[in-house]
Ligand binder design. Structure first.
Ligand code: SF4
Length: 514
């Protein structure tokens, strides 16, 4: 069991810190398609650099390490209870070592278990098979993309596409719609797994299972193969692009499976996964517990740093982008000068705040003076060093739209001038930015190592009782780069991309598959 523990620990650490080869190849292809100097190219350069850093530092690619989900096939007679125990121990150790963020929260009290263990976490699913070895696969799928999963019940009416019927063409429309509705909020460019049929539960399970297929495999079902190819070709015409900034690549992979359904139901379920597609697998010898083979690691190696990921090139070669340095406290005048598309480099202090902090600030005073300050939507991975000082292990942005009900009110109440996260915010926040004089800054989702490197020190923490990801961390940063995507003049890049992609979606209204 000791060897098995080591093997499971290795699988968890590798999955969290090192993207598999098939995923790297898909990102490389996307890089080749983007025009140099665009915001999409800049994002992909940052993503590539982040992948390199995570691998080199053996640290999480993205701070949101999701709900660890294992799919295991075992020969008849193997003790599944023991395997479960070993996996739980390995998960707790990986969390303690900062390879996973403590992500398991009591659904009613909000209390974080601190070790990623709890009712329903991790998810471990067993299946028996006739072979004499174990196949163990793990996916770490974060909340930003998990929240963009969607399920359709056919027939239905779809925005931009009209009626989707109970046939292959209706399925085609649902899949295109699922990509449109995700916009950049699931950290596009993404991968989708699609499940056709089943009931609501098994449909979603099938969709997630598709994510365990290799990005470059070929569907053995001829109809589904054609549909996968069609989706890959056409979803990228929506122009949503990396991070929803617009661009050539919106989708990096599409895998579709089908199971039987009952006559009354026809579900199409879609599991959306961000570019930080952390899934790996191993074969294990059940006698020794040793890894005999790593999965998803066949085929060509690509050099993601080619063309080189360079922050200077990224920001300055975009002819539309002005580069502005910001340091809090920021005045209203400074903020009103910023326009959508400007690149900002932040120096000085920023404060993290996500779901629990926003809810708290609605009814309480802030533990720090937030006047003129920057709130960063982020739930970092933090560890204490040997001297008891906090160290940042991963610190990319979280999905901002969750704070939409609170954000505008909080900015006005405390005088906050900038909020930073990913995926953009809605009309209520846009209105508040206009009235109060504020901006929304979009950092590159998933670039947890890249941003951790910009954090020079942890100056303090408040409300740690909410748990590490939810506390308010005071971070001193240098050259922390983000893009203004909503300004104080009523402009929103997210609104523009949504509108233009909806118009493009309408070109796919006519039937394609009979
Ligand atoms: S890359 Fe984005 S969507 Fe994916 S886990 Fe990280 S924050 Fe969530």
């Amino acid at each position: 069991m000791e060897k098995l523990f080591e093997s499971m620990y290795k699988l968890i650490v590798e999955t969290s810190t090192n993207l598999p080869k098939d995923v790297r190849r898909a990102i490389y292809e996307a890089k080749l398609k983007e025009n140099a100097g665009t915001r999409a190219a800049m994002s992909l350069a940052t993503i590539s650099e982040n992948i390199r850093m995570a691998d080199e530092n053996v640290s999480p690619i993205c701070q949101d390490t999701g709900l660890p989900t294992f799919k295991i096939k075992v020969p008849v007679g193997v003790n599944q209870l023991k395997i479960k125990e070993v996996i739980k121990e390995a998960i707790a150790k990986a969390t303690k070592d900062g390879k996973l963020r403590p992500n398991s929260v009591d659904s009613l009290t909000g209390e974080n278990s601190g070790d990623n263990l709890g009712e329903g976490t991790p998810v471990i699913k067993f299946e028996q098979w006739e072979k004499d070895f174990m196949d163990v696969r793990l996916i770490l799928k974060g909340g930003g993309c998990e929240n963009k999963n969607i399920q359709y019940s056919l027939p239905c009416e779809l925005e931009g596409l009209g009626r989707a019927g109970r046939d292959l063409d209706g399925i085609r429309k649902c899949i295109l719609h699922s990509v449109y509705q995700a916009q950049g909020q699931g950290c596009s460019a993404g991968f989708i797994g699609v499940g056709i049929g089943g009931d609501r539960t098994s449909g979603y399970e099938l969709a997630k299972e598709q994510l365990f297929r290799s990005v470059d495999d070929v569907n053995p079902n001829e109809d589904l193969r054609k549909l996968e190819e069609y989706i890959m070709e056409n979803a990228n015409k929506l122009g949503i692009g990396t991070m929803g900034f617009g661009g050539e690549t919106t989708l990096l992979g599409c895998k579709i499976g089908a199971i039987n359904r009952i006559p009354a139901s026809f579900f199409v379920s879609v599991a959306y996964n961000c570019w930080a597609f952390r899934r790996l697998g191993v074969y294990i010898d059940p006698e020794s517990g040793e890894i005999t083979k790593w999965l998803y690691q066949d085929g060509e190696d690509v050099d993601l740093s080619n063309p080189p990921a360079n922050e200077e090139t990224a920001a300055s070669s975009d002819s539309e982008s002005r580069v502005v340095t910001l340091e809090a406290p920021i005045t209203e005048e400074q903020i009103r000068e910023l326009k959508v598309g400007d690149v900002v480099r932040i120096n000085g202090i920023i404060y993290t705040g996500r779901d629990a902090i926003h809810k708290y600030l609605m009814d309480h005073d802030s533990p720090v003076d937030l006047n003129g300050q920057i709130i960063y939507h982020c739930g970092p991975v933090m560890l204490k060093d040997e001297n008891g000082n906090w160290e940042v292990k991963a610190a990319g942005p979280t999905t901002s739209i969750r704070e939409e009900p609170y954000q505008g009110d909080i900015m006005k109440k405390f005088g906050v001038r900038a909020v930073m996260g990913k995926g953009g915010m809605g009309p209520k926040t846009l209105q508040a930015l206009k009235e109060h004089g504020g901006v929304y800054l979009n950092a590159i989702g998933g670039a947890a190592q890249y941003y951790a490197e910009c954090i020079k020190s942890v100056e303090g923490v408040d409300l740690l009782e909410f748990g590490i990801p939810e506390a308010m961390w005071h971070l001193r940063v240098e050259n922390f780069t983000a893009v203004v995507t909503m300004d104080s003049h009523g402009n929103s890049l997210h609104e523009d991309v949504d509108k233009s992609s909806l118009e493009k979606l309408a070109q796919f209204k006519e039937p394609v598959f009979k």
